[in-house]
Design a protein around this ligand. Structure first.
Ligand code: GSH
Length: 219
């Protein structure tokens, strides 16, 4: 078994799985991926398959081989935190304590919020779709996301929200893909940021896998 095995859901849809995938790729550590198809109702169902790996019954799950003993970590943010701690050289959190506190706020705001964006602009990674009629809540959540990105980009003036790629970017990576899928209008700095995120090798690999699902008629 490789040091790391990341268990993920259907690539086109599993926005939570994409987050730690981007973080794991940024560590440069070799890893394996195990795919579980979401929304399977025939045995073994999605839930049965996931429960073999994690009692929480959700993907993503990271398995770490600690010399034969397997440490299981679940939940996207817990996995990103664990990777940041195990790979300090990857700079997954900003060095500066104030920037780090703000980056954590960004990551947690995404992790616990924006339910209407998640509901109305569901991830469909490899496809382009028409922007639906947005509810007022969805509109205000999109505005909040865009203004949060603009503000971090203006303050840190880097390639990503807090300079180098951080967990905040990993947590927002699926939102970037949703905004691309649905053609959400954005300012030039935000558009440039989104292009950079979409160009990450992790995002390109994810796109390839999602496109393969489309081609195979799985999604
Ligand atoms: N808070 C969790 C959410 C994970 C989650 O909801 N994952 C979905 C897939 S994206 C899942 O496993 N669903 C189970 C199912 O479809 O049966 C996280 O951050 O990892």
């Amino acid at each position: 078994m490789a040091l790391y095995t990341l268990i993920v859901g259907t690539r086109s849809w599993s926005s939570w799985s994409l987050r730690p995938y981007v973080a794991l790729k940024a560590t440069g550590a070799p890893f394996e991926v195990a795919d579980i198809r979401l929304r399977q109702t025939d045995a073994p169902t999605t839930r049965e398959q996931i429960l073999k790996h994690s009692p929480a019954g959700k993907v993503p799950v990271l398995k770490i081989d600690q010399g034969g003993e397997i440490l299981t970590v679940w939940d996207s943010l817990a996995i990103c935190e664990t990777l940041a701690e195990r790979h300090p050289e990857a700079g997954l959190w900003p060095k500066d304590a104030s920037a780090r506190a703000t980056a954590r706020s960004y990551a947690c705001e995404m992790h616990s919020g924006f339910p209407d964006v998640r509901d109305q602009l569901s991830m469909d990674f490899a496809r382009k779709k028409e922007l639906p009629e947005l509810r007022p809540e969805t509109k205000s959540q999109i505005e909040r996301i865009l203004s949060a990105w603009e503000s971090a980009l203006a303050v840190h003036k880097g390639e990503f929200l807090f300079g180098g790629l951080s967990v905040a970017d990993c947590m927002y990576a699926p939102v970037v893909s949703r905004f691309v899928t649905y053609g959400v209008p954005a300012s030039t700095p935000v558009k440039t940021y989104m292009d950079r995120v979409m160009a990450l090798p992790a995002m390109q690999e994810w796109r390839k896998a999602a496109q393969a699902e489309v081609d195979a008629g799985i999604v």
